[in-house]
Design a protein around this ligand. Structure first.
Ligand SMILES: Cc1cc2nc3c(=O)[nH]c(=O)nc-3n(C[C@H](O)[C@H](O)[C@H](O)COP(=O)(O)O)c2cc1C
Length: 229
């Protein structure tokens, strides 16, 4: 028979559903969250607001409660310049991967706010945290990376609630970023983020507004029981 392990802290307390106003606020934040590249203001982020954003990240779910994340804060202009150089090199390679017409469109897009945003945050995943065998990670070792992505999404939403824009920059040769950040072997970079207060925001994805790609119909993505099609 199943014997519940003894609790070392108080057990569950009654769960309440949130009110309609509270639910609406959550959904408003989800809908109003944007990837920000260019609308950053130079103002420093209020330390308490930044703390709340990081607390939100740290409250994310993680496989086996591994909490594999670290947050490397970059404010120094020189350090951010190195990161920007790494972006520029990779972005040139990226442009070459598109066929001629699309390449011109690609080059017209601004895909980062590394120097414009006053704060950059590299979110890393320590693949050894929690020891050799981690609950839930026994059959898919990438679950620690997925956990770290959950932390990033929490940051994105918490930042939006504070009026702070956040942009994810992924166009780097990983080895370039590793060297700049001096990451040890067992630590993986999951996200490189640009944060700052924003003057304005797009109402929907900027890539859609610029005609790069449109949002898919939700109903076309829902399947039942097995892959359909
Ligand atoms: C894993 C990940 C990586 C991304 N990398 C970049 C990037 O390198 N440059 C960029 O401009 N946007 C990047 N984005 C932002 C997406 O382009 C953006 O989320 C998408 O276009 C939808 O727009 P929205 O976030 O404003 O709703 C990334 C988003 C994710 C989730």
């Amino acid at each position: 028979m199943y014997q519940e392990p003894k609790l070392s802290t108080p057990g569950p307390s009654p769960a309440r559903a949130f009110s309609e106003t509270e639910r609406k606020a959550l959904h408003d934040i989800i809908a109003a969250r944007r990837d920000v590249r260019n609308e950053f203001l130079p103002d420093d982020i209020d330390p308490e607001a930044l703390r709340r954003v990081l607390e939100a990240a740290h409250a994310a779910p993680s496989v086996g409660f591994m909490q594999p994340w670290n947050f490397i804060l970059l404010r120094d202009a020189e350090q951010r310049r190195r990161v920007h150089d790494a972006f520029a090199a990779a972005n040139e390679e990226a442009a070459q991967m598109f066929e001629a017409g699309r390449r011109t469109e690609y080059r017209a897009l601004k895909l980062e706010g590394i120097l414009k945003a006053p704060l950059n945050i590299a979110v890393t995943c320590d693949r050894t945290r929690g020891g050799k065998v981690v609950l839930g990670r026994t059959h898919n070792r990438d679950m620690d990376l997925f956990s770290t992505v959950c932390a990033v999404q929490n940051m994105w939403l918490a930042a939006r609630a504070e009026g702070i824009g956040m942009g994810w920059v992924s166009i780097f040769r990983p080895e370039d970023l590793r060297a700049i950040l001096r990451l040890p072997e067992h630590v993986e970079i999951v996200a490189y983020l640009c944060l700052g207060y924003v003057s304005e925001l797009f109402d929907g994805p900027e890539l859609a507004a610029r005609g790069w790609r449109q949002r898919l119909e939700l109903d076309s993505l829902i399947m039942n029981e097995r892959w359909e099609g």
